[in-house]
Design a protein around this ligand. Sequence first.
Ligand SMILES: Cc1cc2nc3c(=O)[nH]c(=O)nc-3n(C[C@H](O)[C@H](O)[C@H](O)COP(=O)(O)O)c2cc1C
Length: 410
Amino acid sequence: MPVPVPTRASNNVKPPGTPVSSQDAKHVKLFQPFQQQSVTMHNRIGVSPMCMYSSVDGNFNNFHVSHYGSFALKGAGLIIIEAAGVVPEGRITPQCAGLWNDEQMEGLKQVVEVIKSQGATPGIQIAHAGRKASMCPPFKGDYLETEEDGGWPNKVLGPSELAFADHYGQPQAMTKEQIKEAVQAFADAAVRADKAGIEVLEIHGAHGYLISSFLSGNSNKRTDEYGGSFENRARFPLEVVQAVRNVWPSTKALWIRISCAEYVNPEPMGLDPKGWDIQQSIQLAKEFKKLGVDLIDCSSGGNIKGVKYPANPMYQVQFSEVIRCEAEITTAAVGLIVEGEDAEGILEKEQADFILVGREFLRDSAFVLASAQNLNIDINWPNQYSWAVKKARRNNTRKGTEAEKTTTIP
Ligand SMILES: Cc1cc2nc3c(=O)[nH]c(=O)nc-3n(C[C@H](O)[C@H](O)[C@H](O)COP(=O)(O)O)c2cc1C
């Protein structure tokens, strides 16, 4: 029998990360609830999906429980669990998480349980790495993983026989049968995510992985109905979304992350009609909307090795703003958003409806609590902590707050 996950302190009726006063919440968008279908995220800050390369056979384990639990405890409204491969060959590395069999649901359920126990919303990203599969984890190096070390260098798939880079796997161009199987694998993983209690499902359509590599004419050189025109390049991604939508409950949220530009034209908003660009991203977002996608998570890059792009603070917000406006769909912004004030500004200016944060959460799992302080709004802390420390501390002052100085420590 698994040990039950401890819940919030019994007198803590409001989850960490929610405003203490509903009056306050009216003035600060970041701490207003975010409703999608029947899912309510208690604020508008989420943890962006981040691979942790810590699974054995795709299974989630205690590392994931404590890692994702730490964000839930510290008030994140949504936690999108890292990319989970829909088939073993669809993982980036042999250590990536997966959701291609029922056994993998068991570990995932434990992660979901710990997230929900703190009042946060559990999400997951489902993915196929395509021609970027079978690599080694980045903390080991940057090379193709051998079969001896658990890789599958001879089973790398892509839209065409075009490798991502010289040291990546040589992909086989997928047959139509293999395309069909991949579509089905996404749908099957969605069913498992639902059974495990996930409430927000994100399809990984970005960063040069399988879906993204089909979208771009720079990586997709097919001459059949899955390559060539925009309609043909978008066929596989739309089939995936349709198949997932068919099995994913209408009461839960369906998101997709896309790369809105791939910088072959180095101008972020520059055109690359035969490759991939913002205009095609807008058109694609409109198609996704028709199929019932609830939100576009606007990222960029990753499909072309070696391109240069300006990764300045908030560099991808421009994509979210344009897609939100032109495709009239709800969006999330992500990418170097590291201050509560900036996150709030994005929502205020209606450049996005939701904020995703990656690396800053790795630096500081209490990013939400720090953002509240940054915005001068009083939010609930875990009760177990709040009586003792009262406020987040920024700038590493190590002096403690005035309130702390008057707290009696038992
Ligand atoms: C360690 C790490 C792992 C990542 N893994 C994923 C992933 O599984 N799926 C994905 O879509 N993006 C992934 N990303 C990208 C992040 O989700 C995010 O979009 C990116 O880091 C930019 O946001 P940030 O500046 O707030 O970190 C990863 C990033 C990092 C740093």
